[in-house]
Design a protein around this ligand. Structure first.
Ligand SMILES: [Zn+2]
Length: 93
């Protein structure tokens, strides 16, 4: 097996692996609130970025704006898949 064959296999395996991941686990943790579902103020985001000993607050005051308090986001691959399925469904009925 040459290095080129290995590189080709890797290039083929990456999208297949990501598609499998999007099929098995379509949701990932929200990047805005790290999956907590709590609203994160700009001050808390700054503290988390600059202070390594910062502990995020656990009490829920407001739901996260990005994920509406669910703490989950749809993966980009799954969003593309859903858009394709919607387009196919709307075009063939
Ligand atoms: Zn969120």
């Amino acid at each position: 097996m040459t290095p080129n064959t290995l590189a080709g296999l890797l290039v083929l395996a990456l999208p297949v692996g990501y598609a499998l991941l999007c099929w098995l686990s379509p949701f990932a943790a929200c990047r805005f609130c790290d999956g907590t579902g709590n609203h994160v103020s700009w001050w808390e985001r700054r503290q988390a970025r600059t202070n390594p000993n910062h502990k995020p607050k656990r009490r829920i005051r407001k739901p996260c704006r990005r994920c509406k308090g669910t703490g989950a986001r749809l993966r980009i691959g799954r969003r593309i898949h859903n858009a394709g399925r919607r387009l196919h469904h709307d075009g063939t009925r």
